[in-house]
Design a binder for this molecule. Sequence first.
Ligand code: TYM
Length: 332
Amino acid sequence: MRVVSGIQPTGNPHLGNYLGAIKRWTEMQHESECLIFLADLHAITVYNEPAQLAATIREAAATLIACGIDPDKAILFNQARIPAHAELAWLLNCTARVGWLNRMTQFKEKSGKNREGASVGLYAYPVLQAADVLLYQATHVPVGEDQKQHLELARDIATKFNTDYGVDLFTLPEPLIGDTAARIMSLRDGSAKMSKSDPSDMSRINLIDDSDTVAQKIRKAKTDPEPLPDTVDGLEARPEARNLVGIYAALAGRDMKDVLQEFAGQGFGAFKPALAELTVETLRPIKARLDELMAHPQEIDRILEQGSTRAASLAQPTLDGAYKALGLPNKR
Ligand code: TYM
């Protein structure tokens, strides 16, 4: 079993990133070989201020460590330090079909009405993502629900490459999507996912928010006037309520049914303070550790450098195999 997953180092990671992905990585690193990376080559598919990018890469790495990623257990690195990601992405661009990419919903959402003005990189983004996992022969990829389509594409690309060139080079990666936290929703709108790009900061809880801000965001989160039901089915037409119960359950490591048994019949006047307390207690040590780590930026750079050396040596055989399968003489 080899686990590979990544996060874009733009903006502050939020509770959706934490519960949908990061927390699960910290659990998996104890059982499996894990490669966790900052997707900085994905970040540049939209304009990013260069002077800030280097700083946000370091900060994102520190955040992952503060959340519990142990660089002695998991291999932690950033994509840009390993040329093999961009190299394999090019080779796979020639296997992926335009029709497949045209179906990617994230490109449609991100490019919006200005599709002609989107970068080619934004369009080819899922192919780079396929390269990220195929390069390391990932067997499992823990992600939130929004990445499922990209991973299905990675499987399609791997299958077509293996078939077209008559090789058994790429392992088909299995997406691992959690139950309760697969899609954490905005605090302002139960039909939109919690996202870094939402213009309202009140829609998300950032991992670096202080305790008062967290409590305020939860207090102001959209809800309905009904008390909490005693079964998960009772939340069906109540997306905001469902989201808050889901967040509570994921933070507490309990299932929603269990949480509802505790709070059934109570209104949000009682539930929200309990949720705020649990969230604050979870984030407090993360924030404290992050502050400590950010005091030693050169140490973060050293960790990323070391991680990229380890990752690069795992990537090379697959990249060499791809060149060979294609009949391309290369330097190595
Ligand atoms: P990114 O940076 O948007 O998000 C990182 C991880 O957080 C999950 N996530 C969520 N989970 C639950 N609820 C939410 N509201 C929520 N928002 C985000 C995402 O599903 C993701 O798992 N394209 C990827 C980065 C990437 C990658 C990869 C991931 C690049 N190459 C290879 C896996 C494998 C992205 O932009 O994630």
